[in-house]
Design a binder for this molecule. Structure first.
Ligand code: PMP
Length: 359
């Protein structure tokens, strides 16, 4: 068996140990004679999986007791609607920061439910920067402020949490959750799809501060109402049980790596060396301001675009998959989430240098 290095933005590479464990437990989980896939979500065996998943997430992110943790479906995209539905609490306006393709989608959806106040935007520079905080125009009477700490397509990451007074911060951490230590207390609500740093696609984590709950719009569908999901332990409808199990295995793996402080250091090393290789080369470049470059998604453009297809073909022949950039940015993109081994980044850097030398 040979595994390639998969730089996909998501669904993305998973820790090999996790895949092996899932294979070993596929037919018979912990001597139950069943696959986790086959278990009732109400049975005591599955409840053990669910409790462990929740406990491990709380431990890894150090989630305080006044926050609720939910495991939902519908991806981060469902959250784009659920957030205004649940958090407007009678208000008409919410602040949104526009820093790339994903915050743009969140804004488009929110506009169905409220007036969106664009507090700051980097659209005029093609989403290669984050507007300085002192230029933001924040409506303090609005329900919350939403931003996207890591823009997966544009490769832009916030390295600091913006201070906006008492407004609850609502953040789409889909592509950088669990990649570094955070202080959950700084946020009102954190949400993230699973298919990057947490496991396969199909599960959405929501971490919400208790005092924001209980004022959902009356027309909110029950499965979309946080309070109803909390009351039924995220099992208002049948959950994606096998995904819960797989995300649980990834969290256990993360704990074995030393948790978030350890993975943060590795992520910092991996991204620093890839940016360094890009900056030092005369073929590749990264368009993003150095103060907000993503540690997870690294776009790079070839100076001569006619080399793109040769680059991709040779990359594939050498065991590097999914390096084609998003069409909104062009060029290439290497997504290097937690599960991408450092050797994968080293090998990519070597390949890029060799390609530059021969072209
Ligand atoms: N937000 C961000 C930052 C993302 O990267 C993605 C997926 N790439 C989404 C939202 C949408 O996630 P989903 O397809 O799971 O709804």
């Amino acid at each position: 068996m040979s595994r390639i290095y998969n730089f996909s933005a998501g669904p993305s590479t998973l820790p090999e140990e996790v895949l092996i464990q899932a294979r070993e437990e596929m037919l018979d989980w912990q001597r139950t004679g069943m696959s986790v896939m086959e278990m009732s979500h109400r049975g005591k065996q599955f409840l053990k999986v669910a409790e462990q998943l929740s406990a491990d997430l709380i431990e890894l992110l150090n989630i305080p007791a006044n926050y609720k943790v939910l495991f939902l479906q519908g991806g981060a995209t469902a959250q784009f609607a659920m957030i205004p539905l649940n958090l407007l609490a009678g208000k008409q306006t919410a602040n949104y920061v526009l820093t790339g393709a994903w915050s743009k989608k969140a804004i488009k959806e929110a506009k169905k439910y409220c007036q969106v106040k664009i507090a700051a935007s980097s659209e005029q520079d093609n989403f290669t920067s984050i507007p300085a905080l002192n230029t933001w125009e924040v409506d303090q009477q609005a329900a919350y402020l939403h931003y996207t700490p890591n823009e997966t397509i544009h490769g832009v990451e916030f390295h600091e949490v913006p201070e906006v007074g008492q407004l609850p911060l609502v953040v789409d951490m889909s592509s950088n959750i669990l990649s570094k230590q955070i202080d959950v207390n700084q946020y009102g609500l954190i949400y993230a799809g699973s298919q990057k740093n947490m496991g396969p696609a199909g599960l959405t984590v929501v971490i919400v501060r208790e005092d924001l709950l209980g004022s959902a719009d009356a027309k909110t569908p029950s499965v979309f109402e946080y309070s109803e999901q909390i009351a039924s332990d995220s099992m208002l409808n049948t959950p994606a049980t096998y995904n819960w199990y797989l995300v649980g295995l990834v969290l256990q793996w993360l704990k074995r790596q030393g948790g978030l402080s350890a993975i943060e250091q590795i992520n910092s090393r991996k991204s620093t060396k890839l940016y360094q290789a890009i900056d030092e080369s005369s073929l590749y470049s990264n368009p993003v301001n150095t103060n907000c470059r993503s540690r997870m998604n690294i776009p790079f453009i070839l100076g001569d675009a006619s080399l793109n297809s040769a680059f991709l073909q040779q990359a594939q022949e050498n065991g590097f998959e999914a390096l084609k950039g998003h069409r909104a940015v062009g060029g290439m993109r290497a997504s290097i989430y937690n599960a991408m081994p450092e050797q994968g980044v080293d090998a990519l850097i070597q390949f890029m240098a060799e390609f530059e030398r021969t072209h």
